[in-house]
Design a binder for this molecule. Sequence first.
Ligand SMILES: *Cc1c(COP(=O)(O)O)cnc(C)c1O
Length: 401
Amino acid sequence: MSENYFKKYPSKDGYFQEYGGAYLPPVLEEEMKKINDAYFAISKSHNFISELRSIRKHYQGRPTPVYYCNRLSEKYGGRIYLKREDLNHTGAHKLNHCMGEALLAKYMGKKKLIAETGAGQHGVALATAAAYFGLECEIHMGEVDIAKEHPNVVRMKILGAKVVPVSFGLKTLKEAVDSAFEAYLKDPVNSIYCIGSVVGPHPFPMMVRDFQHIIGIEAREQFFDMTGELPDSVVACVGGGSNAMGIFSGFLEDKEVNLYGIEPAGRSLEVGENAATITLGKPGVIHGFKCYLLQNEKGEPAPVYSVASGLDYPGVGPEHSMLHDMKRVKYDYAYDKETIDAFFELSRMEGIIPALESAHAVAYALKLAKTEPKTSILVNLSGRGDKDIDFVMENWGKDYL
Ligand SMILES: *Cc1c(COP(=O)(O)O)cnc(C)c1O
């Protein structure tokens, strides 16, 4: 499946079966085509590949390890392993595609990276990549998020990025996307828009997947080296879906490996209380591409919520939408409460504080481990939880200490 699969999906015009594509105004269509052409020309070149390889090894600290959770496995019955993306430089998987996008920008002769950010994680990773390559960086962020995510705003500024406050509408992620696109359209020759997940118009879902594919390549080989077999299950959290696509893409061909994408069920499965897009959504169009979408009767994106701000997006990657229809990946969910339990459980049983996003995958893995003794489960630990500790203590500290 692998070779053929990657040749087949996406199609030339960016479709994963009916999902994906590029639903854009003509000006942007032109720019996306240029980025696509540049990606195909440059990303297969020897120089690009060897520079990216060197960055991953010497700057990011790859390969990140696969770790066997001794105490957790003993307690829950299944064998639980973690792919440690929390140990990737900047503490999450996002730098994998930001370094790739910035390297592409450099080869295209771009001077400036533009992006939006919600919680600030993508902004910090992109600002890091910009500093590495000596490129300008402009991050658009809603004023509501700026107030909420102060430490990440400071990080971006220290890294030399310009943070542009967005003060219209609800002043959160959606307006930040509009604002960043506007800025990009003013100077598409010198700047490039860098998307933060396997979402947006073609070629971004494909490029971001390809840059994240390294997680799956490493994890498959490392797991096999450690155990002499492949895992029974691979589990990852799904927001836009980049960390999940990264690890799944290493195992798509291995039919005997069960793949689980875990969405945030938040407080409940009622509208506005979660961001369980594939579980509860229907096909629709958002930000220039077609995917499963949480939407109201008018087809507009519905309000979303998650305890993990990196997961609260009403859409999802087009490739995940297809893999759901194909039934190659099972999409399921974890509630806030289970997620917070898992956050403390992993911290106390293994000495690893996970990002709240990743804790959704951990929560699901613990359930699998309990129901199927001896089964082997590989969890993509997409990031570390340092960013979440104040928030967790404020809201749940008294229940756990
Ligand atoms: C942003 C983020 C996610 C969600 O993004 P995906 O594109 O779904 O991977 C998950 N984990 C961490 C640590 C993040 O920062």
